[in-house]
Design a protein around this ligand. Structure first.
Ligand code: ADP
Ligand code: MG
Length: 342
């Protein structure tokens, strides 16, 4: 009997090593937990390549690593232009376009506010109004100058921070690697920035949960069934601190310098372009429901992209784009209705 089980084990081992398939990989990258599951096409080589790419993206785009491209650009603010690579220029260019189109609700120049509030760091605090006013002077995307090969921040003290867009960019880059290797299906989760890639074997749609902002660690609030797509959520429940019973979270309204309080507590954007979904989830979270409808219309016209949305608001109402009718429902049989917006 023992011999039979040993033989089975040997067979399983041989089979596993022949097919090369291994378990999905979870690792920290870009300051967050990332998981990639390429199912039957998952190999050590594939996962190594993906996580090396994520580490490289972090090294370029981090606002805290002193040698990153972003830190080099920030250190020369008000002094001189800094030569950088095409990848950084492209992401910055996209961030600036989103800034123009969202009237600055999304801004690549949010660095001074991010650093001042220090959410989730050892120096998080509610700043004084004078400090906020000083930071706001520097949150000025019109003073980010891009040329063919360099970036110049025109005011001393300005700081680029691409935390609101880089995971989306990274998810798109992971998909390029999956495509290059002929992977048939995969789920990419970069700290909640999701990409469902390819088709499931039984032909059914992918199911993605949208967290309950009131209770993010329990069952999801909504279930979304979709084909290949990226699903990105910005919420006030991920990174925050509380003082005198009030929550101060990590997405800032550049109009006030305070954590955004637009009425939206969770903004999900769905698009085949994860960089677009990431930028727009942050922008819509800042803008609130009404202004976001206009922003998304403008964005679709400008970029011709496929964009859907799900907004969960403060008192529990849920607004979603009409194209999600039949694909979006409450997980628990809920008497609440989703308002689908044409
Ligand atoms: P998360 O990173 O938690 O998934 P977001 O994509 O919305 O959420 O990005 C939030 C991050 O973006 C912040 O931690 C900060 O680095 C940066 N940020 C904060 N406010 C803004 C803003 N108004 N525009 C652009 N980036 C912002
Ligand atoms: Mg974002």
């Amino acid at each position: 009997m023992k011999f039979v089980s040993l033989l089975c084990l040997v067979f399983i081992f041989l089979f596993a090593s022949c097919s090369g398939k291994i378990e999905p990989r979870t690792q920290t990258a870009m300051d967050t937990l990332c998981t990639v599951n390429a199912f039957e096409d998952g190999t050590k080589k594939l996962y190594d390549e993906i996580f090396e790419r994520l580490a490289q993206i972090e090294k370029e785009f981090s606002a805290t690593l002193p040698d990153s491209e972003i830190s080099r650009i920030n250190s020369m603010a008000g002094i001189s232009a800094v030569k950088t690579n095409e990848e950084v220029l492209n992401v910055l260019d996209f961030a600036l376009k989103t800034a123009w189109i969202s009237d600055g609700a999304f801004t690549p120049a949010a660095g001074p506010l991010v650093d001042l509030w220090g959410i989730n760091t050892d120096h998080q605090k509610i700043p004084s109004q004078a400090q906020i006013n000083n930071a706001l002077e520097l949150v000025d995307f019109g003073c980010v100058g891009l040329s063919r090969d360099s970036v110049f921040l025109r005011k001393a003290g300005m700081k680029i921070n691409l935390g609101g867009i880089v995971k989306g960019f990274a998810a798109d880059e992971v998909c390029k690697i999956l495509k290059m290797h002929g992977v048939k299906k995969a789920v990419v989760d970069l700290g909640g920035n999701i990409y469902v890639y390819g088709k499931k074997s039984d032909g059914s749609k992918w199911t993605v949960g949208i967290k309950n902002p009131e209770s993010p660690s329990s069952a999801p609030l909504l279930r979304l069934c979709i084909n290949e797509n990226s699903v990105v959520t910005s919420g006030s429940y991920e990174r925050y601190f509380e003082s005198n019973g009030k929550r101060y979270h990590h997405i800032f309204d550049p109009a006030t310098g305070f954590p955004a309080d637009s009425g939206i507590v969770s903004a999900t954007v769905i698009s085949p372009s994860s960089i677009a979904a990431d930028a727009l989830s942050t922008a819509t979270f800042v803008l609130g429901v009404e202004k976001s409808f206009k922003l998304l219309d403008k964005f679709k016209k400008e970029f011709g992209s496929d964009i859907s949305f799900v907004f969960v608001c403060k008192y529990g109402s849920v607004f979603a784009s009409a194209d999600l009718k039949g694909s979006l429902e409450f997980v628990q049989d809920d008497s609440r209705k989703i308002v689908f917006v044409p």
